[in-house]
Each structure stands twice: as structure tokens, then as C-alpha cells.
Design a protein around this ligand. Structure first.
Ligand SMILES: Cc1cc2nc3c(=O)[nH]c(=O)nc-3n(C[C@H](O)[C@H](O)[C@H](O)COP(=O)(O)O)c2cc1C
Ligand code: SF4
Length: 249
């Protein structure tokens, strides 16, 4: 590839490195490979797991904390001065900045966090932190892709549907009947999202009604279950890791 593209185009390769599973390349072996191939690569894209061990790479919040891949991928700097991009449930702008400043990686990769919010980099750059739809690490996106062949996301109702919305799911036109009052029954996540969207469509009066004393639906209690605290990211505005060990089931 380098011979074909010369210096007109960057050559990037992804390599999985780890030491915790039966699959994947052990980090010490990976360091040797990086040293040998370093001249041929312009950017190293490092992760853990493998295509056969997707559950380590796209680890769920139930078992993996934000930045969990750093334990292994953070070692690649030992073998190269080339730029490095890494991944691993990175949703907090503060942690992203800390990693880049530390020099361990040069770029932050966000696969699921970008599904949850395609405008993540822009919102960080503009300081609109409160507007970020934070990835909860639920892995519903993967379940939907694997099971139904269609990407979806519990944080971003328009994920996989962007083509229907002019490729800009956060731009809303005023509805033709926006002068009429709207009633949304049920203030779970779907009802609340619906009410917000109606507001963005210019509806002058939106009634959101709920029979329970509090809004939030079943996610109000799901986020209190052991290891599922991060599912409350949408609720609290920040992930909670208060709900027990990630290794319990
Ligand atoms: C829907 C989906 C599709 C993915 N497809 C690929 C793929 O084709 N090749 C690949 O190397 N990684 C793929 N990944 C893994 C991501 O590139 C990334 O390594 C992983 O999700 C961890 O990063 P994250 O925590 O930022 O999501 C995919 C991830 C998701 C969620
Ligand atoms: S479904 Fe959405 S919130 Fe859940 S892991 Fe995928 S991108 Fe993140």
C-alpha cells in the first residue's frame, strides 16, 4: 500500500493488542510487530479483542469501565513515535483531553459514542458538554446490527435513520400543525424524547403526562441495578459508577 500511495495518502492499520483473552495478539508480541512495521504505517489504530472477540473490543458498560483498553493499548507508545488512535468507551471530554495530553495516544477514537452523538467532537469544541448524548455502553446498537441488520441506539433515536432527515438529525423544521396542542402519554425515555422533539418542531404547547410520581420510566430503576449505573448517563448527565462491581452478573 505504501508503494501504491506514496506520501499522498496516509496508511493506517488497526492492530488488536491484549493479554486477557485466548484470542487476539498478546501485547508483547504486538509491540514487536509495531517496531517491525513502523516505517510502513502513518497512524496506528489500536484496540483490544479481535473480530472473534468483539465483546472485549466493544465492551459493555456492564463489565468495562470508560478507558478500559488503555491498560493494553496504552503500551504501544513504547514501540513507536508515530501517531496513535485508541478506543474504549471514551465519552468524557476530560478523560479524552487527559489521554492526549499524557502523550499515550494522539487521537481519540469513538465508535459507539459517535453513534450516540454524531456531533460529539463539535459539541466538545464548542463547549456544549451538557448537550452531548452520552453513550451508555448498552451495546443495543451491536445487538440491533447483529440481530436485525439495522443500526439503532437507545440514546439517539435517529441513529441509522439520518437519510430520512436530510442527513442532519438535529435540525428541525416547524410542523404544519404546530399551533395545535400535543399530548404525550408516558414520560419514559421514549415519551420524553418525543416531547423534546415536538418542542423542537415548534409545537407551542406540549403536554407530557405520567401516572408515576416521577418521570423516567423503567430506566429509573434499571440504573440502580448492579453494574448498570452507566445506563443512567442520560438521566444524570454523567455516568454513574456507583452501582457495584462490573464483574458481578
Ligand atoms: C456497530 C459497530 C460496528 C463496528 N464495526 C467494526 C468493523 O467493521 N471493524 C472493526 O475493526 N471494528 C468495528 N467496530 C468496533 C469499533 O471500531 C471499536 O473498536 C469498538 O466499538 C470500541 O470502541 P468504542 O468504545 O469507541 O465503541 C464496530 C463497532 C460498532 C459499535
Ligand atoms: S446503543 Fe447507543 S448508547 Fe448503547 S452502546 Fe450503542 S451507541 Fe452507546
Amino acid at each position: 500500500m505504501k508503494e501504491a500511495v506514496g506520501h499522498d495518502c496516509a496508511v493506517v492499520t488497526r492492530i488488536s493488542v491484549e493479554g486477557m483473552g485466548p484470542s487476539g495478539i498478546h501485547v508483547d508480541e504486538a509491540l514487536q510487530f509495531v517496531r517491525m512495521a513502523d516505517d510502513l504505517v502513518d497512524l496506528w489504530d489500536v484496540n483490544i479483542g479481535s473480530i472473534a472477540l468483539w465483546s472485549h473490543d466493544s465492551g459493555t458498560s456492564r463489565y468495562f469501565e470508560e478507558g478500559y483498553q488503555l491498560e493494553w493499548t496504552g503500551r504501544i507508545r513504547e514501540a513507536t513515535a508515530k501517531p496513535i488512535v485508541g478506543v474504549g468507551r471514551l465519552t468524557s471530554p476530560d478523560l479524552m483531553a487527559k489521554i492526549v495530553r499524557s502523550g499515550v495516544w494522539d487521537l481519540i477514537g469513538s465508535a459507539r459514542p459517535s453513534i450516540a452523538d454524531p456531533f460529539l467532537p463539535q459539541k466538545i469544541a464548542e463547549g456544549r458538554i451538557d448537550e452531548i448524548r452520552e453513550c451508555t455502553g448498552s451495546n443495543m446498537c451491536i445487538m440491533k446490527v447483529d440481530g436485525f441488520g439495522h443500526l439503532g441506539c437507545i440514546q439517539n433515536a435517529t441513529a441509522g435513520e439520518e437519510h430520512r432527515r436530510g442527513w442532519h438529525p438535529e435540525r428541525f423544521d416547524r410542523a404544519g400543525n404546530a399551533d395545535k396542542p400535543a399530548l404525550v402519554v408516558g414520560a419514559g425515555p421514549a415519551g420524553m424524547e418525543c416531547a423534546i422533539t415536538l418542542g423542537k418542531r415548534g409545537f407551542e404547547t406540549v403536554h407530557l403526562v405520567e401516572s408515576e410520581p416521577q418521570i423516567g420510566g423503567k430506566l429509573r430503576w434499571i440504573r440502580r441495578l448492579p453494574t448498570l449505573g452507566d445506563w443512567g448517563a442520560w438521566w444524570t448527565g454523567a455516568p454513574s459508577s456507583s452501582t457495584g462491581s462490573r464483574t458481578s452478573t
